[in-house]
Design a protein around this ligand. Structure first.
Ligand code: MN
Length: 507
């Protein structure tokens, strides 16, 4: 990204005075970052310019883009906020100040011990920044996205640390802002660095599976196309493929790729809500819907404002396909989230809201109000319950470590055996005990976020039927079931079927 490329991008979106101000900011930042280099060896200015380009792509207002160009000047050069305010005005200096505060909160905590408090404090600061102006977070997301895209130049331990923070803090933040596309980008990159082997395995699994189902899916797509055309409906249809990370998470819950029906979903975009429901009814007329898989996020949007109709149907040939039906506005909002509100002019947005095409005006999102109130309370020196926000942001996942520092993501309520089965089922089968953070813990210990788990093994140990009580993930449950069946079979051979009597009596 060069000065000219960035200005060319900007000219398509902003008026002349705005582009001139942007040019001024570029020259100012270039001069002040002079001589600084990135880990890649490139000139430092490349980074803020790329961040600014990302912000233009997201459809942000010009102040945010200019703040993106300037975002590292106060932190990394001798530029002062006063200087920025006098050159670029209050609005931009306020944004740069917010971004700088977030960075300082991070580096201030960096060497103070374990990872967790750092993240928590960090997050608190981030949240307060959101409360003041959500554009600060959007700049931080663009900053983080570019840093993740260039992570290969960092040493491995830093790569893991940054990737982990991204998946724990920034991806959930993007999700809360309903910036679906950014969330997926951040998750995929983090996942790749945190668990390269699992990432590749999942990717291979995904591709082989997609190949298998592609032809059948094309047939469904043609059928639906013909039928919707016959009904004279105006629509656009495309396929959306699940991200590698979300497949990985789902596999962990479901255990078996054959039970995942939304590997590819067919997405139908229409002009208005009544057509969306019409399309739904046509699909249900063509195929039989699986009733527990119909989701009306139009009438009942998700907390981050996401809206869409989801249904999963079965074709006469037994093919199971998920459909997502939504209006163009809903689609735009699902991909760009809060950033879309800067892209749309206000009238268009209010109009869409009035017509019910979107669930809420972005500023109306309840959780933002909540954050703002919390930030205001924190500002008054009253207690700020970051733990509470942490819970809602990280949904129901915990992150645990192997003794080597690899990170595994498990559902809340998981046990040490779930972790062991995640690593390898042979390892789990020989488990004789667990050291959690260096202390021996029982099999029914509930794993906590940040735990380091060591699996103690014994060559003669065997999986036991009562382990069924202390596994929570479908993957572990399935592997255990297979192992017990195998053990049972072996035992039956040896003892002539006594084991089946034993199992019968136990019931
Ligand atoms: Mn930066």
């Amino acid at each position: 990204m060069t000065r000219d490329e960035l200005l060319e991008l900007a000219m398509k979106v902003y008026d002349e005075t705005e582009v001139l101000e942007l040019a001024l900011a570029i020259d100012f930042a270039t001069k002040r970052h002079e001589g600084q280099k990135r880990m890649s060896g490139e000139k430092y200015i490349l980074h803020p310019l790329t961040v600014a380009a990302i912000l233009i792509e997201w459809g942000m207002d010009v102040d945010t883009v200019i703040a993106g160009v300037l975002h590292d000047t106060v932190e990394d050069t001798d530029v002062t906020l006063q200087e920025i305010e006098s050159l670029f005005g209050r609005d931009i200096s306020f944004l740069v100040d917010g971004v700088t505060k977030v960075s300082r909160a991070r580096s201030g905590m960096r060497d103070l011990g374990s990872y967790l408090p750092e993240t928590k404090d960090n997050l608190t600061k981030l949240l307060i920044a959101v409360g003041e102006d959500v554009r600060v977070i959007i700049i931080k997301l663009a900053d983080r996205l570019h840093n993740m895209q260039t992570l290969q130049y960092m040493p491995p331990d830093k790569q893991r640390k940054i990737a982990r923070e991204t998946i724990e803090v920034f991806a959930p933040l993007a999700d809360r802002l309903n910036m679906g596309r950014v969330r997926v980008q951040l998750e995929e990159l983090s996942f790749k660095y945190l668990m390269p082997k699992v990432f590749n395995e999942t990717k291979v699994l995904m591709h082989s599976r997609l190949k298998k189902s592609q032809r059948k899916l094309d047939k469904v797509r043609r059928e639906v196309n013909a039928r919707l055309n016959a009904e004279k409906l105006v629509f656009q249809m495309d396929g959306r493929v699940k991200s590698i990370y979300s497949l990985f998470k789902k596999l962990d819950r479901v255990g078996d790729i054959d039970k995942i029906y939304d590997l590819i979903a067919l997405r139908i975009i229409v002009d208005d809500i009544s057509t969306a429901y019409l399309v739904l009814s046509v699909l249900h007329d063509m195929y039989s819907p699986l009733f527990d898989r119909i989701k009306d996020y139009v009438a009942k949007p998700k907390m981050n404002g996401y809206q869409s109709l989801h249904t999963t149907v079965q074709t006469p040939t037994g093919q199971i396909v998920e459909f997502q039906i939504r209006t163009r506005e809903m689609h735009e909002y699902a991909e760009r989230g809060l950033a879309a509100s800067f892209h749309y002019n206000e009238n268009k947005l209010t109009d869409a809201y009035r017509k019910g095409e979107i669930a809420a005006l972005p500023a109306d999102l309840a959780w933002i109000r909540e954050l703002q109130e919390a930030a205001a309370r924190a500002g008054e020196g009253k207690e700020f319950d970051s733990a509470k926000f942490r819970m809602t942001l990280f949904a129901d996942r915990i992150f645990v470590n192997s003794p080597k520092g690899d990170i595994y993501d498990l559902p809340k309520g998981a046990f040490p055996l779930d972790y062991a089965y995640r690593i390898h089922s042979d390892l789990a089968a020989r488990a004789s005990g667990f050291k959690i953070n260096g202390v021996m813990r029982p099999f029914d210990y509930q794993l906590q976020h940040g735990d380091t788990i060591e699996v103690l093994t014994n060559k003669s140990a065997r999986p036991k039927p009562d382990w069924r009580e202390v596994v929570a993930t479908p993957h572990a449950r399935e592997k255990l079931r297979q192992q017990l069946a195998r053990e049972g079979g072996m035992l039956a051979q040896i003892t002539g079927g006594v084991s089946s009597l034993f199992q019968h009596r136990k019931k």
